[in-house]
Design a protein around this ligand. Sequence first.
Ligand code: PRX
Length: 698
Amino acid sequence: TINPSISSLFRHKTHAGNHLRRINSGLWKLKAVVMGEAVASGDDQLIFPNHDFAQQAHVPNFQTYLEMYKRSIGDPAGFWSEMASEFYWKKKWGQQVFSENLDITKGDVNIQWFKGGITNICYNCLDRNIELGNGDKIAIHWEGNEPGVDDSLTYNQLLERVSQLANYLKENGVKKGDSVIIYLPMLMELPISMLACARIGAVHSVVFAGFSAESLEQRILDCKPKIVITCNAIKRGTKVINLKDIVDSALSESSQNGVNVGLCLTYANESAMKREVTKWQEERDVWWQDVVPKHSTKCDVEWVDGEDPLFLLYTSGSTGKPKGVLHTTGGYMIYTAATFKYAFDYKPSDIYWCTADCGWITGHSYVAYGPLLNGATVLVYEGVPNYPNPGRCWDIVDKYKVTIFYTAPTLVRSLMRDGNEYVTRYSRKSLRVLGSVGEPINPSAWRWFYNVVGDSRCPISDTWWQTETGGFMITPLPGAWPQKPGSATFPFFGVQPVIVDEKGKELEGECSGYLCVKASWPGAFRTLFGDHERYETTYFSAFPGYYFSGDGCSRDKDGYYWLTGRVDDVINVSGHRIGTAEVESALVLHPKCAEAAVVGIDHEVKGQCIYAFVTPVEGVEYSDDLKKSLVLSVRTNIGAFAAPEKIHWAPGLPKTRSGKIMRRILRKIASRQLDELGDISTLADPNVVDQLIALADS
Ligand code: PRX
């Protein structure tokens, strides 16, 4: 049966069913839409799909969505089996398509999809598409940091490159189930490395190349890789970053701490740094170009179970230690393929560009796997979006005739600030679908993206999802229903979102609360690497019976979902997820820091930024130099993207009598909402608050 909260939305006079009536009866509105105008309806601004777009879309109207959605949750096994049968399975899965227990009160949390099915995701991305006749189609267009530097690979060529690396890995002892750390920037070698691991059943763990040596070391110690794949240096904008130095330091530290990685395969990225000046350890380091091309371009596939692990990706949580989110093969494959196809209305003629880095989940699911499973042509861009000027994105869009452009609100806001002329000087006529991910997109940025970038023609898929969910959970299906700027709209097939109050009671209709998901979906993560207990307590114990996302959410009178941001101790800076505890640990590693408390506050471009309260050790003077060196401690312990925006001196921190820091008060002080401090009488020492206020601008 259909989830009651959703079915009630569709039944109620004022809920989503209304859209159907509006769309069907509102011909005058459709006319306005054909002219590219947005239509105001009551207090919401509904942006209706363009008629021609809707007609050609995979899901052309709300009715079709409803039928598919009802089936997806009424008969998940049938629905997802059908989706899965588009792919190659050496052996079909067992009788049971899926099994699940999300209710911790009934035993261990356990999710399985396509268990017993034998397949390989690399085979499905490459060999299968080649067999379908796409061998000469471009799989990857690569655009370098410097304008004019580019490259491309067809599906045939990509398979050859992947096979050579896979053979090299096998020759060096990497076997099914072994982990491999990939620490690379957005070179073609990054997706090649991911696919090569998948081909031989190895578990890749990509570490974003902006993470510091300490963070890399932490991940090496956790997953004990057989090999680390990296490059000597990268160029981002005008900056050259010596990646190999970072890897050297991580590898030497990790070997002192008991994990000795004997092989570091290093791609010579000569445009950033010559081989000769790269520091080298003969017995451990090998140049990619010296060994990989010598291997055969054919490599047999290692067939794996649908539930065999595909990758580990570390993400931040509310404690200092990053969590190794584990995704398995079959369910993730079907889910990323289906979400990509429907949420972007993907067609074989599309040229698709996602600006995310493969170091994050967006790059895994929607630069590499989702698009390649669909046989798409993907653009991979090495550089930063505003180099050499803020028009670069649109220059690239015109150069490759990009049709689907998927990015983050922080980039939209920063380009918006640079002025429309950087956009309008380019044609952008090829664009037909836009996408947004990583944080809530504020309505004004949404409108700018829609009106200026998309010339009021292109629907925006504001996709809500997480590292843990593997793929889109709440997202518009372009063409199927009207959009509201800032709302991720409705759930994807198979997803049953629920909004609960703090007691875990499901709320109906128009409401606000905590966003949970009832029942599993194929792309769900299966565990936290090496710590199933943490998996259960973090995600399944707050509201037993549900997966708890950590996000707040409201649902409006029409049934549209509006994400409101994290409700736990996680900050979202420019779409990058950072745990307050991680930043605090990095600060207290500084010898002059006695204690630190970190909160997130609103930031015009980044969405949120990091604001740190720091208590120096006894006798240490406050100084700007100390502030700088504290920020440096975060940069070296986590990475530059986690650097605090502001250090606020704190002679003491507001704590309860039991010693718990009251972050609510710190957040108000940080955002200067001093008349909203609320009750401070439960503090062990209420005077701390006045001291903090007095030091606000020092
Ligand atoms: O708070 C939500 C926000 O990003 C978090 C997940 O971060 P991460 O695992 O790093 O994955 C980012 C890319 C999927 C969520 O808990 N978030 C992501 N997309 C949206 C969003 N918030 C609002 N709207 C979105 N479209």
